[in-house]
Design a protein around this ligand. Structure first.
Ligand SMILES: [Zn+2]
Length: 157
């Protein structure tokens, strides 16, 4: 088979095995910087509002995805929301079984048009349901590093 043949199955492609060490660093951008600093320093969520569409973006954006308006209005948004969708995770990123299954959810934050993907806590995975009211639990301020993991999890309320 040459490289010009159509490959129907991935294992039919010639390949060599190996590891390629790479390192990368991605900035969170201007809006992300402000969003994560607010979480780190004050344990609060910020969003941006489009004056034309009325959309409240969380995580915040600098430009409206619908009308391309520059977004300059920042608002504090609640740390409460509802489970929009969820999944139960049984393996870690390396494929190893977790000690306990964990629930991951997309939480639609109240009063916004956005939300966050995060762990659910203080609830058994089989008790999670779509529409469940939840609230963010932040780590102690001394433990926060300006990342999404400054939120320990969302808990039912
Ligand atoms: Zn807009």
């Amino acid at each position: 088979m040459s490289v010009l043949h159509r490959i129907e199955h991935l294992h039919d492609a010639l390949a060599w095995e190996g590891d390629m060490p790479t390192q990368g660093r991605y900035t969170v951008g201007i809006a992300g910087e402000k969003f994560f600093r607010e979480i780190q320093e004050n344990g609060r969520f910020l969003g941006t509002v489009c004056p034309t569409c009325g959309i409240t973006y969380v995580p915040p954006r600098l430009y409206c995805e619908r009308c391309f308006a520059h977004l300059e209005e920042w608002v504090e948004v609640p740390a409460t929301g509802r489970v929009h969708t969820f999944t139960i995770v049984h393996l870690d990123l390396d494929g190893n079984p977790l000690p306990e299954p964990r629930a991951l959810a997309f939480v639609h934050l109240d009063g916004t048009d956005g939300g966050l993907v995060h762990y659910l806590g203080e609830v058994k995975p089989d008790q999670v349901c779509i529409g469940m009211c939840v609230e963010a639990v932040f780590k102690d301020k001394a433990e926060r590093k300006g990342s999404i993991l400054d939120i320990a999890y969302f808990k039912p309320v």
